[in-house]
Write a protein that binds this ligand. Structure first.
Ligand code: NI
Length: 169
C-alpha cells in the first residue's frame, strides 16, 4: 500500500475517461488498497482511480461514521435512478470548494466487488450522491462542471493560484 498523489482541478488528467476493468487481479487489488489508504488519509469519503492518475473504472467510498465500512465499486453502472436531491458537495480534487449539486435521489448500481464478483447495490441519500459523484470522475467530469461558467472560472483561478503558492513554498 502507498499514499497516492491526488490530482487537483483543473489538471487536464481529470478529464480522462477511465477504461473498463477486464479482470480484478492482484494489481487492481493493490490499487484499491492504496486508494482506500489515500482516501482515509486525506480525509475524504470517496475517491476515483482517475483522481490518482489511473484510468481504470474503480472507485472507493466510505461514508460511515467510524470509517470502517469500505465500499469498492469496479465498473459501476447505474441501471435505475429515481427522484432528485440537492446537496452540498466537495471533492478531494477541488480542495476547499463546496457547492450545491442536483443528483438522483435513489440509484441502483451494477458493478464488480473487490474480489471481482458481480454485484448490485441500491442506494439513497448521501451514498447515492457519493456514487454519482465518483462515477462522474470515471467519465472525466468534476462536480464544478454543474456550476455556472462564472463560478467555474473563479474556482479555476483560485486553485491555480493556490497551486502556484504551494510549488513556490
Ligand atoms: Ni470528487
Amino acid at each position: 500500500m502507498a499514499l497516492l498523489d491526488i490530482l487537483v482541478y483543473p489538471d487536464p488528467r481529470l478529464r480522462d475517461i477511465a477504461q473498463k476493468v477486464d479482470a480484478v487481479t492482484a494489481i487492481e487489488q493493490e490499487l484499491v488498497s492504496s486508494m482506500a489508504e489515500t482516501m482515509y488519509a486525506a480525509p475524504g469519503i470517496g475517491l476515483a482511480a482517475i483522481q490518482v492518475g489511473v484510468d481504470k473504472r474503480i472507485i472507493v467510498i466510505d461514508i460511515s461514521e467510524y470509517r470502517d465500512d469500505l465500499l469498492v465499486l469496479i465498473n459501476p453502472e447505474i441501471t435505475e435512478q429515481d427522484g432528485v436531491q440537492v446537496s452540498e458537495e466537495g471533492c478531494l480534487s477541488v480542495p476547499d470548494i463546496y457547492a450545491e449539486v442536483a443528483r438522483a435521489e435513489k440509484i441502483t448500481v451494477r458493478h464488480l466487488d473487490q474480489s471481482g464478483e458481480p454485484a448490485v447495490l441500491s442506494a439513497g441519500g448521501l451514498l447515492a450522491v457519493c456514487i454519482q459523484h465518483e462515477i462522474d470522475h470515471l467519465d472525466g467530469k468534476v462536480f464544478v462542471d454543474y456550476l455556472s461558467r462564472m463560478k467555474q472560472s473563479r474556482i479555476r483561478k483560485k486553485l491555480l493560484k493556490a497551486g502556484q503558492q504551494k510549488s513556490a513554498a
